[in-house]
Design a protein around this ligand. Sequence first.
Ligand SMILES: [Mn+2]
Length: 326
Amino acid sequence: MAMNKPNELVELLKGHRVFIQTHNYPDPDAIASAFGLQEFLEFYGVNSTICYVGIIDRYNTRKMMDAFGINIYSYDEIHDMCEEDYIINVDSQKPNGNTTDLPGNEVACVDHHPIFEETDSYLYQDVRIVGACATIIAWYYYVTDTPMSSDVATALAYGIKVDTDDLIRGTTPLDMDMISFLFKFADWGKLNEMYKSTIEFQDLAAYASAIENIEVYDFVGFTYMPFECPNSLVGIISDFILSLDVVDVAVVYSVNQNGIKFSIRSERADVDSGKLIYDALYGIGSGGGHAAMAGGYVSAENIKYLGTAYHGKLKELFMQSIRKMV
Ligand SMILES: [Mn+2]
């Protein structure tokens, strides 16, 4: 069923009401991809609305809306989506804990995450394992020679840079080609502005807690924040822990009343973050992602399966899974 010619996507959508849905709690790559796709479709006469579930919880992600003039709506603000409406899943796929099933019909998907469950329900599916979803959207402009606004080019470049950790994490030749393609159209000064004031004052409590609670076993750094943190902040702390010289795999989580949120990072070829979290939490929680980065979750009801000394139990589960891999 897989077509991946952008003009086929345009044909599929013509005459329908179209929503572009990102994964929940969208990050810069998801928002840039949705925005780039929206302007791409608009050029060919297809109007669409970008929507998401959850909240946009980072200052820098929120800053994208103003910087690039992006209109994106929380599903709470959309009251009239119906079954006949078409949905394009962007930076996500349907059978996925991180994407809410909305009333519309999911007809298309553009994503760079590995396919976890084969589904033939998409009429258009473009899933490629590249560093960022924004790379695929940039390629749509590239292969069709579609005019691109400076804001789209800059937002896509930002999405690629963030998801690839500045072109080092999970980066493929296509990511590099698209960065160089975007360079001609993007406003690099505006892109630079996105890198100012990236740590929010309230984040310092999470850094302090992560530093206080860190333990390192072999090459694995474990730490946690015993309070609610935005998903994206858990990821940022995980990157921070991974940057330590003695850490090659970071396991970071935040504990709150709804459960435990995990973020995994790996810079080892033999430890796949997505497989690690899936295996370590098997039967207790859920998780998945890329080789270099992944996320996961254990609900409050399931914490009891970890026992009262759950910090120790989690280390045991993750170390067991890692020893199977290395
Ligand atoms: Mn992404």
